[in-house]
Design a protein around this ligand. Structure first.
Ligand code: LCS
Length: 393
């Protein structure tokens, strides 16, 4: 019965129930570093993995608050289990460390969040991992990049900030055929609009800082997937220690309770804003997966049930015009991050993707004129009015 419940019901209820000790309705925050054992035998059994239970906050399942968050996001993604992290970057790092070793080859989307690019290009390569950045929307190019030592295909879709979309099912199939791990960063779409695991992907990662938390007040990450891979990740997590804090786990639980409501509004607002921008004479181009002008519109329609709240666009007049717009907005906040209830505007080339070398940015379409908008859940008329006044010069 529990597993048959609909997505919106799982958002509200999955992983939660009255606390068995006092009947608290909201999941309590277990702010404790350690747990007291009944006796030395029980402690030994827990350390040996012979008895399930809590040990110490760094060790999975961490605390009951973490366990509730993991159970909720696991239910929403259709996963077996998962692990919570201190940030999206800690989550991606742990997946890479669990899967890759010296001499292995990683294929990644050429467009990824700036720190993901740096992790792959500058950190993993230091430890002898080979990395190919490829446009994953071009399956022939991906096929041509496969090597006998390819052990992981990492897809960010829709990608930050170009909103490039790749075919999740085809990439998962390709990875399976060569015995590599397929990973999808589902931060932009969330499980409300896109579920990669039922399409064959092995592992899904999120920056829960974004839509999962939803209110711009936490930093977190999460990995979900099959029990075998998560089990393989645990020694990495336990020794590197980049786990989520209990308050953050609780904020993620609270955020997920309204994920379905927020995502609907983010998406309908974003559609209206994208259409407004596309028709505006000062706007050179707009990238949003719902628009037929999006290069992978058909793939987005096939694998997503909605297109989210992220838009990128260019203002006629290039970087200077984009700066002018960002300096003139009043309701929108000039800030990085995304997926918050309020609308955020930023410039990828000098902010979120400044660590990506300029020639790489140019090649993959992170142009200097690009402005990125994370459309919030305000009244859309106010968002459009703000952009309109900011573009009236
Ligand atoms: N994956 C994606 C798709 C992201 O957009 C980000 C952060 C991360 C992973 C890393 O997550 P974090 O460690 O920050 O929780 N993206 C950001 C952005 O576009 N602006 O600021 C952060």
């Amino acid at each position: 019965m529990k597993n048959e419940r609909k997505f919106d019901t799982l958002c509200v209820h999955a992983g939660e129930g009255p606390d068995p000790q006092h009947g608290a309705h909201a999941t309590p925050i277990y702010q404790t570093s350690t747990f007291v054992f009944k006796d030395a035998e029980q402690a030994a059994a827990r350390f040996a993995g012979k008895e399930q239970g809590y040990i110490y906050m760094r060790v999975a399942p961490h605390t009951p608050t973490h366990a509730a968050f993991v159970e909720k996001i696991t239910a929403l993604e259709g996963a077996e289990t998962g692990l919570p992290f201190a940030s999206g970057m800690a989550a991606i790092t742990a997946v890479a460390l669990a899967q890759l070793k010296k001499g292995d080859h990683l294929i990644s989307s050429d467009v990824v969040y700036g720190s993901t690019y740096s992790l792959f290009a500058k950190v993993l390569t230091k430890f002898g991992v080979e990395v190919s950045f490829v446009n994953l929307a071009d399956l022939e190019r991906v096929k041509a990049c496969i090597q006998p030592n390819t052990k992981m295909i990492f897809a960010e879709t829709p990608a930050n900030p170009t909103l490039t979309v790749c075919d999740i099912a085809e990439l998962a199939k390709m990875a399976r055929e060569i015995g590599a791990l397929s990973v999808v960063d589902n931060t932009f779409a969330t499980p409300y609009f896109q579920r990669a695991l039922p399409l064959g992907t092995d592992v899904v990662v999120h920056s829960s800082t974004k839509y999962i938390g939803g209110h711009g007040d936490l930093l977190g990450g999460v990995v979900v997937g099959g029990a075998d891979f998560v089990k393989r990740m645990k020694p990495i997590v336990h020794t590197t220690g980049g786990i989520m804090a209990p308050l953050e786990a609780w904020l993620c639980i609270r955020g997920l309770k309204t994920l379905h409501l927020r995502m609907e509004r983010h998406a309908s607002n974003a559609m209206a804003v994208a259409q407004f921008l596309e028709a505006h004479p000062r706007i050179e181009w707009v990238r949003y997966p719902m628009l037929p002008s999006h290069p992978q519109h058909a793939i987005a329609q096939k694998q997503m049930s909605g297109f989210g709240g992220m838009i990128s666009f260019g203002v006629r007049g290039g970087l200077e015009a984009g700066r002018k717009l960002m300096n003139r907005v009043e309701l929108c906040s000039l800030a990085v991050s995304l997926g918050t209830v309020d609308t955020l505007i930023q410039h990828p080339a000098s902010m979120t993707h400044a660590t990506v070398p300029r020639e790489v940015r140019r090649k993959i379409g992170i142009t200097d004129d690009m402005v990125r908008l994370s459309v919030g859940v305000e009244d859309v008329a106010d968002i459009i009015a703000d952009l309109e006044q900011a573009l009236a010069w």
